[in-house]
Design a protein around this ligand. Structure first.
Ligand SMILES: [Zn+2]
Length: 296
């Protein structure tokens, strides 16, 4: 694809620098001024996203945004001029580098929560190794809640690092652990009533309805001081690990319990093996589907 004719050197009033150069402009530094090319519509989305970030973040407007690139002469969203790789943000009194996620996860998730309101696809640290050092932002999927791996990773990161649900596993699979985490926090946040989210379908619908507000809450809480210094009543309720949802209870009712059956019968053992095999096939199929998502 030819290079877009529209370009930018600043976003929301802040210079954007390239930081994938030899020292002293290497990754993790403030980099060097550069012109980046994108379609105008995508530039507008970046402007909106960073303007909102300056509004929401306690550090206000930053001094420098660092990037690994926008338009690149290749395929995919970068080649179309509709993608941006965010490496870091420098404020006067705060530095945010995306590869510091393991030690800065709360702030990382808060920043992503703001970006999620503007970009339907964000490939982050948990997506794969290639994204340990930047957020990939594009709009190939519209903004909103989905149970796909991309969105689920963010929801799990939010539950675990910001919303006080440390037992939630970050694996991209939207299962009972993730649903249990959401059921523990949504009523406490005033975003849903218990009966509105008691099945998987109702919970997914609710998450779609409240998605932007959910992102707002995650950003607001993530940008607060760490939970340890918050008053107890500001924290979400204790986690409910492994609490089965209505759907799971439905499944459990139809399956014989060990108490009912005593020792597992050969038939039960066989059905369990079959279940594991089906799970395995699903994992493989899910992996194939995931690998088709834009990854850059
Ligand atoms: Zn990218």
């Amino acid at each position: 694809m030819p290079r877009p004719t529209t370009s930018f050197t600043h976003l929301a009033g802040v210079p954007v620098h390239y930081d994938r150069l030899p020292a002293p402009h290497h990754y993790g530094t403030r980099g060097q001024a550069r012109t980046f090319y994108c379609e105008q519509r995508f530039i507008n989305a970046l402007e909106d996203a960073f303007r909102e970030l300056w509004d929401v973040c306690p550090h206000g407007q930053a001094q420098v945004i660092t990037s690994a690139g926008a338009y690149v002469d290749k395929g995919g969203q970068h080649g179309a001029g509709r993608a941006f790789d965010l490496d870091g943000i420098f404020w006067r009194d705060r530095t945010f580098i995306t590869n510091e996620y393991p030690d800065d996860s709360r702030f990382y998730v808060a920043a992503e929560a703001v970006l999620r309101k503007h970009f339907g696809v964000i490939l982050n640290y948990e997506w794969n190794r290639a994204h340990h050092d930047h957020f990939h932002l594009d709009q190939s999927i519209s903004v909103g809640y989905r149970t796909n791996k991309n969105t689920t990773l963010f929801v799990q990161m939010a539950l675990r690092h910001v919303l006080g649900q440390p037992t939630v596993t970050i694996d991209g699979n939207s299962g009972s652990g993730t649903r249990g985490g959401l059921r523990a926090v949504l009523p406490a946040l005033g975003l849903a009533r218990v009966h509105e989210i008691d099945t998987s379908a109702k919970l997914a619908q609710k998450m779609q309805d409240i998605w932007l507000e959910f992102c707002d809450r995650v950003a607001a809480r993530g940008f607060q001081q760490p939970a340890a210094s918050q008053p107890a009543d500001a924290r979400p309720p204790a986690p409910a690990p492994g609490a089965p949802d209505a759907d799971d209870r439905e499944n459990l009712r139809t399956a014989p319990t060990p108490l009912e059956t005593g020792q597992p019968t050969p038939a039960l053992a066989m059905s369990r093996q079959l279940t594991y095999r089906i799970d395995g096939v699903w994992q493989v199929l899910a992996g194939v589907r995931r690998s088709r998502l834009p990854e850059e």
